[in-house]
Design a protein around this ligand. Sequence first.
Ligand code: 13P
Length: 253
Amino acid sequence: MRTLLIIANWKLNGNWSFNEAYASAFSSGLKDVDVTGRQIVICPPSIYLQQLNALILNQDIYFGGQDLSDETAGAFTGEISGVMLKEFGCRYVLVGHSERRVRHQESNEIVVRKALNAISAGLIPVICVGETLEQRQSQQMHEVLSSQLDAILQGLGEQVEQVVLAYEPIWAIGTGQTASAEQAQEVHSWLRERVGKKSHSMAQNLQIIYGGSVKSDNTKQLLNMPDIDGLLVGGSSLVVSEFLSICQVNEGI
Ligand code: 13P
């Protein structure tokens, strides 16, 4: 039985006063939400982790970083290590988000190095994979996803047991164009099968979450799918009422 995971990725959003208002509304709204059997994670810009950690004092809410360095220490200006994120209360860290793969030229090798650093620091890496619209339309989707996934499987070996996989089709991110629950399920089950070629139990235990224009009104359809184990939420996670609705939607009919 895989635990349901709902992750808020704030990206480059939030500021001191926004965070204060958010934390207060979120904490009080959370009292009416049954989070049994699910984990809720907030990934703010890392500079605000300490502030939010002090404001959201709910043991059911976890924190995560949005990225970490592929190095561990030294002369790497602007970087943040897994150990630093851990020290600031993180349990998770996003790795290989498409916005980083594209804008920061993060290769599969860098993504693997980051995931390994996260695991050594005691964090759970949430490793993102996904294809562009052109790749999907030109039937290259499986090729792209295989190269991303195979790098993870080869680079991490047995340690794949310690990660979460996130399928985020790039064409669905921030576009309002969510993958249909069926489209997402098809890819999730394909990813799980491919992991299953390495190890059946690893595949069965692996949490695979979906991200890309998730909203409260498409949450239920997505979570009803057998291979969708949670959601990675961008824009909708910045609106407290919307994020709380997503957190409380029950999967299963
Ligand atoms: P949106 O929910 O804004 O489409 O973002 C998805 C995402 O990239 C989460 O990591």
